[in-house]
Design a protein around this ligand. Structure first.
Ligand code: AP5
Length: 217
């Protein structure tokens, strides 16, 4: 199964991808996580992406498309779930073209819908583990011990682009450049809309209902 999970910054894409991976055994391909790994490794790609990410802008399409095509080419037979990609209509077209060349296509598009008013609180309260990537929230999804990762005890960090000022720019770019991707997909596919203002467990149940019904169809 090949899934695209769409949604604004802080909609819960990473949180729900983890659930999909645990249940369906797909590969989680997050463009944001891959970029952060490249930055941590000090690669050329990471250096090129740095200023765009820190200001809340989008990294140029040509960099992202190549990076994600390479990641997708290593995906297992079971499939993958894309998180944060595609983020422009051009990226979506490039993705479709490269999958078609390999004789495949996206099977499911899920769109997490969240009110802008909820997003700032979610993002500024997010804390993540720099070692394993686990994501928490200081109010909604607290770790068992404050400031420490449940899985490995590592000190949790706040992403540098998770400040109120940068979030405002990320949201502006989402509405201008990424929201049109929903309409791109709607033209030829069913886009499953999920109310992601709800509690994360409720969103998971809604999402699993959709995926299970598609698998058994
Ligand atoms: P990226 O890492 O993709 O960031 P994003 O899309 O802004 O998404 P987030 O990771 O902020 O949020 P999420 O939806 O995964 O939410 P999460 O589950 O963590 O991209 C970062 C940057 O990289 C971009 O700004 C850009 O510069 C660049 N980039 C990446 N991809 C690119 C591309 N394709 N093209 C160009 N540039 C690209 O949840 C957020 C918080 O809320 C957490 O604390 C979580 O615990 C909590 N939470 C989650 N769900 C719920 C819920 N239902 N109820 C309550 N709390 C919840």
């Amino acid at each position: 199964m090949r899934i695209v999970l769409l949604g604004a910054p802080g909609a819960g894409k990473g949180t729900q991808c983890k659930q999909i991976v645990d249940k369906y055994g797909l590969l989680h391909l997050s463009s944001g996580d891959i970029l952060r790994q490249e930055r941590a490794a000090g690669s050329e790609l990471g250096k090129k992406a740095q200023s765009y990410m820190d200001s809340g802008g989008l990294v140029p399409d040509e960099i992202i498309v190549e990076m994600m095509a390479s990641a997708i080419s290593n995906a297992p037979e079971a499939g993958f779930v894309l998180d944060g990609f595609p983020r422009t209509v051009n990226q979506a077209g490039e993705l479709d073209a490269s999958l078609a060349e390999a004789g495949s296509s996206i099977d499911v598009i899920l769109n997490l819908e969240v009110d802008d008013s909820v997003i700032v609180k979610r993002i500024t309260g997010r804390r993540s583990c720099p070692k394993c990537g686990a994501v928490y929230h200081i109010e909604n999804m607290k770790p068992k011990t404050a400031g420490k990762c449940d899985a490995d005890g590592t000190e949790l960090i706040q992403r540098p682009d998770d400040t109120e000022e940068v979030v405002a720019n990320r949201l502006k770019n989402y509405h201008q450049q990424t929201r049109p991707v929903v309409d791109y997909y709607k033209a030829n596919n069913t886009v499953y809309k999920l109310d992601a203002n709800k509690d994360a467990d409720e969103v998971k149940v809604l999402m699993f209902d959709i995926l299970d019904s598609l698998i058994s169809a």
